[in-house]
Design a binder for this molecule. Sequence first.
Ligand SMILES: [Zn+2]
Length: 494
Amino acid sequence: MNKKTKWLSGSLVIVVMFMALVISALPRQSTVNAGVDNGYYGKKAKYVFFFIGDGMAMPQITSTEIFKGTLTSDNPMNQEKLSFTSFPNLGMQTTHSSNSFITDSAAAGTALATGHKTDNDVVGVDPSKKIKFKTMAEMAKEKGLKIGIVSSVSLDHATPAAFYAHEGSRNDLYEIGIDMVNSGFDYFAGGSLLQPTGKKKDQTNILDIAKEKGYKIVNEPDAIMNLTEKDGKVIAFRNDLAAESAMQYDIDRQDKTSLADYTKKGIEILDNPNGFFMMVEGGKIDWACHANDAATTVRDVMSFDNAIMEALKFYALHPNETLIVVTGDHETGGMTVGFAGTKYTTAFSMIGNQKLSFEEFDKSIKNYRETVGANDANLEDWLPVLAQNFGLTEFSDFEKNRLQESLSASMMDPKKRIKDEHSYLLYGGYEPFSITVTHILNQKAGIGWTTYAHTGVALPVYAQGVGGELFGGYYDNTDVAKKVMSIMGVEFQQ
Ligand SMILES: [Zn+2]
C-alpha cells in the first residue's frame, strides 16, 4: 500500500465512522415510516396530555358542533366549536390493526400507546403474544415524569389498559388489573375495575393488592375532590357507578363527578418539577355510538371537551412546556350527518329533547316487561313516555309499525329472543324498543348509522403546544405514538 492509498483508506475509515455516528444519533423514529417525519428536535415537552375520544371521528365531532349550535341559538345554521377543533395543528391517522381494516380498541390503543401494530383483542404485546411493547407512559415514568390515567369507563378497559398492560387478550381482565397496580403510575381515576377478584371471583381483590403496593383508594366524592399531591399514588372512583364499572353517560350524570373533575384533580396531583403525562379517555362516546344513540353521544363528546378545557387552563399557564393531543382510536357506529329520509336537511335540535341515555331507558322497558308483560303490552302506554323523554310526538305509519314490532320484540324474555340476521340488523343485540326509538329520533334529526360495531375510516388528530406542528399530515396511528414519544423525549422501541 503506497502513501496515497494509505491516506485514502485512513480517511475512508474516518468518513465511515463519522457516518455511523451521524446515523446512530438520528432518532430512530424518523426513519421508520417513509414520508412521515416523527422526529422532534426542539425543547422537549414537560407536560403531555393525550386525550382519546373512544369511537370519536369526524362525524361525532361535527354532530356535536351542530348540536351545540342548537343550544345557543334558534338559527338552524348556527354551529358552536368544540375547544380542540380550534387547535392550530391538524392531521389524519389511519386506524387499521395488523389483522383488520376495522380495528378494535385494544389494537388501536396499543398503536397509540406504543407505536406498534397488533391484532384486534391484543393489548400491549405483538400478535404472537410473545413480545411486550413498551408504552409511552412507561417510558415517561422511567424518565421521572408522574403518570395519570383517567377514563370514563373501567380502568381495565382496552384503551386505558393499552398504556400500562401487556396481555394476550383485552378480556384477561384480572391480569390487566394486576398490570395496572404493578405499573406504579401515580393517578388512576374515573371508572373502577370489571373483575377485581377475577372471572370466578376467587382471587385476591386487585384493590387490596393496590393498597399493599402503596395506592390510596378513594371512593367518597368529597374525599376525591380533596385529594392533593401529598396523598401519593391514588386510585379514585365513586362507588355509585353505572353499568360495567363505568361512569354514568354524561346525559344521565346529574351532579356526579365528571370527566373534567377527574382531569382537573389529576393535574393538581401530577403537577411536579419533573413534569407529567396524562391520558384521558372519553370511553363512553364509543358505547353510545355502538348503541346508535346520538343524543347520548354528543353529550359525552361535550363532556370530553370539558375535560380538554381543563388541560387548556393548565396550558395557558405553561404554554412553552405543554403538549395537548386530541384524537380518537377509531370511528364507531358508522355515524354520519345525513339520512336518506331527510335528504338535504337536518334537525339536530330534536336530539336535544332526549333526556336520558338508551341505558336508562332500557330500565323502564325491563320494568314494563316484568310488570305488564307481553300479553298486555300496548304502544299507547309508551306514547306519553316518548313525548316526555324524547320529544317524539308524531309518527308516520312506517315508524309506528317499527315501534310496534320492536315493542313486541322487547317483551320477549331476553334469553329466548331470536338472534337471526333480521333482528341483528334491526336491533344489533340491544333492547329492540329502545334502539328503535333512538333510530327514529336520530333519523328525524338527519343522523344515520351503518353498524353497531366500529368502522375503518381515518381520524383527525388535533395538537396544540410544544411540537404540535409535527402532527400535520396524513400518517398511521402508530406514528401518533412516535410523535408524542419524540416530543416527550423518550425513545420509541422497535
Ligand atoms: Zn375504541
